[in-house]
Design a protein around this ligand. Structure first.
Ligand code: ADP
Ligand code: MG
Length: 629
């Protein structure tokens, strides 16, 4: 045995540990679920590697998990003959938290235990949950196939740090001994452990064995026997009707490492040319690393019940990365590799059908349970929005799942689908109008909506960061063109009031108004692309507009703030010729006054786009001057 080396936990680990202990205290028993889940993962991994190299089993092919306890010593021991860990792996996996998003996670914590418990749940803390009940944990492990001398003993009190020692271990795999705190000593009991395993780990496919005391033949005598506590049948291989909701939920927690319950799931056996089973879940909360496209544990792949890989990226497209679950194929070879998956017709078939299945499922939730769909949309809508752009084949169906705020109800809640929109408009309206902005309020109050409101044409209000990007790729939905009301020449649909339009357009006779437009342009110089009379406004004196291919102002400013180079895209200033200010300015002789007004109206228009002024002080001064004059 080597001399023990003492190590300190990283600050983040200490923080997480404290939190886990506090916030999960009301649900202590889950520590066993987590450790069994890890043991099961370790067996899965060994079985997979042993497909190519049977020696890794070291003659011990019956993968299993053993649990024993000692009431007097207040210990519980969980042993597996899975893959085990090398010294480096122990330090890396147990002593640090490599998960992306740990920092944001810690920052998001409020210090309020109740709220934080919920967050801890989303984050998933697995191994550390042992310290909810333990004041000391001993982990002994050796990697399968490694030299016997390369065993590792890791001991920690879960507070300050840990010691690590190398030692000779005959058996590969991992053994974890929990030294129970006094107040948790009741867990060292046969029925308690059995009960917890039944409750949380019944679906684990490896046998979880325990030495069980059985009454002997004579009275007062008893024998000790190894008994398998769990069912061991792969949950997804059981007929749907025989699986309870609770079982689906517990299985989800094992599969996804999420502590919270799933929102919904869909379990499906496909028969035909290829045969497979899929079980997909929608989590109840978006994980912290949802935006980190590389760190998703989405779909696990099994072949004939044997675990093959985590995070099988080929099965679902990235925009469905929030879906968790598994696919089990009967047709793929057991030695399938990531390379093979990349161009495999079976995987292609599974992927195509799975995407269809999931989109249809989301659609049916949207129809059946609006409230639940709102939750899904809130959590994952922004990810789904990548879909219409990236998955052209399913574009219309994906767009059908989108929800936006709109001027139909003027509420911030995103609850209007494109189909709802279409159902609310005049049959002859061949366009779907929308506006993008940096917030709901900016969108709702945008001067660009004035004419739309006057004409009673609904407008979708978009204010998610991805909207502007997404909409730049989308041309139409069910034959109706998608039109940004703040861009290009406002192209109102050809409807019955085509004639009205002409009549309304009292400003048709452009010539009479030309001088004021010229004067404005001269005053504003290259701050604007041009100055034109507006068809969009009814009550505001002025607004900005951009060309169809240009970025909206809020988007330009956001990109600049994020440090991106944004090509100069000047707005056009539009004037409302019917507005009293403009009418007065048409009569105005003082060029200087016109110039001041031009600058003021430009700044006002920037503000109503939610934009930032280049010279806020100048704006305030100018405004004050106007107010006293
Ligand atoms: P997660 O299971 O989500 O990865 P955990 O905190 O539960 O997080 O475990 C951390 C890591 O420690 C695991 O990913 C695995 O690499 C390693 N580990 C934990 N328990 C075992 C075990 N019984 N055998 C082998 N490795 C293990
Ligand atoms: Mg785990």
């Amino acid at each position: 045995m080597s001399k023990p080396i003492k190590k300190q936990f990283e600050t983040e680990v200490s923080q997480i540990l404290k939190l886990v202990i506090h916030s999960l205290y009301s649900n202590q028993e889950i520590f066993l679920r987590e450790l069994i889940s890890n043991a099961s993962d370790a067996c899965d991994r060994l079985r997979f590697l042993a497909l190519e190299n049977e020696k890794l089993y070291e003659g011990d092919k019956e993968l299993q998990i053993n649990i024993c306890f000692d009431e007097s010593k207040k210990t519980i021991t969980i042993r597996d003959n899975g893959i085990g860990m090398s010294e480096d792996e122990v330090v890396e996996n147990i002593g640090t938290i490599a998960k992306s998003g740990t920092k944001q996670f810690l920052e998001a914590l409020s210090g309020d235990n109740k709220k934080d418990a919920h967050l801890i749940g989303q984050f998933g803390v697995g191994f550390y949950s042992a310290f909810i009940v333990a004041d000391k944990v001993t982990l002994t492990t050796r990697k399968a196939g490694d030299k016997k001398e390369n065993g590792v003993v890791w001991v920690s009190d879960g507070a300050t740090g840990y010691t690590i020692t190398t030692t000779k271990l005959d058996k590969h795999g991992t053994e974890i001994t929990i030294h129970l705190k006094d107040e948790s000593k009741d867990f060292a009991s046969q029925w308690r452990i059995q009960e917890i395993i039944k409750k949380y780990s019944d679906h684990i496919t490896f046998p979880i064995k325990m030495q069980v005391e059985k009454p002997g033949e004579k009275e007062g005598e008893s024998t000790i026997e190894d008994e398998t506590i769990n069912n061991t049948k792969a949950l997804w291989a059981i007929a749907k009707k025989d699986i309870k909701d609770e079982e689906y939920k517990e299985f989800y927690k094992h599969l996804s490492r999420d502590f919270a319950e799933p929102l919904d799931w869909i379990h499906n056996k496909v028969e035909g040319k290829f045969e497979w089973t899929s079980l997909f879940y929608i989590p109840s909360k978006a994980p912290f690393d949802m935006w980190d496209r590389d760190h998703m544990h989405g779909i696990k792949l099994f072949v004939k019940r044997v675990f093959i890989m985590d995070d099988a990226k080929q099965i679902l497209p990235r925009y469905l990365r929030f879906v968790k679950g598994l696919v089990d194929s009967d047709d793929l070879p057991l030695n399938v590799s990531r390379e093979i998956l990349q161009s495999n017709k079976i995987i292609d078939a599974i992927s195509k059908a799975s995407v269809k299945k999931i989109l249809g499922w989301l659609d049916s939730i949207a129809k059946k349970d609006k409230k639940q769909y709102q939750t899904i949309w809130q959590e994952f809508g922004a990810v789904l929005k990548e879909g219409a752009v990236e998955d052209f084949a399913n574009q219309e169906q994906i767009m059908g799942l989108y929800r936006f705020a709109s001027t139909i109800d003027n509420k911030a809640e995103q609850n209007t689908s494109l189909d709802d929109y279409i159902s609310k408009i005049d049959k002859k309206q061949d366009k779907i109008y929308y506006i993008t902005a940096d917030s709901f309020n900016t969108a709702k109050n945008s001067p660009h909506l004035e004419m739309m409101r006057t004409k009673n044409i609904p407008v979708l209000l978009m204010f998610d960061k991805v909207d502007e990007w997404m909409m730049s790729y989308l041309q139409e939905y069910k034959g109706k063109k998608l039109i940004n009301v703040a861009k290009g020449e406002l192209d109102l649909y050809n409807s019955k009031d085509k004639k009205d339009d002409k009549k309304d357009n009292k400003t048709d006779d452009k010539k009479t108004n030309l001088p004021i437009l010229d004067k404005f342009k001269k005053a504003l110089g290259d701050k604007v692309e041009g100055v034109i009379e507006s068809k969009r406004l009814t009550s505001s004196p002025a607004c900005l507009s951009f060309k169809t291919e240009q970025m909206a102002l809020h988007m330009q400013q956001m990109m600049k703030q994020a440090g991106h180079a944004v090509p100069e895209q000047k707005p056009t200033l539009e004037l409302n010729m019917e507005h009293n200010i403009i009418k007065r300015l048409i009569q105005e002789k003082d060029e200087n006054k016109i110039k001041e007004w031009a600058l003021l109206l430009l700044d006002q228009s920037v503000l109503s786009e939610g934009g930032q002024l280049e010279d806020p002080t100048g704006f305030v001064k100018r405004l004050n001057k106007m107010l006293v004059s």
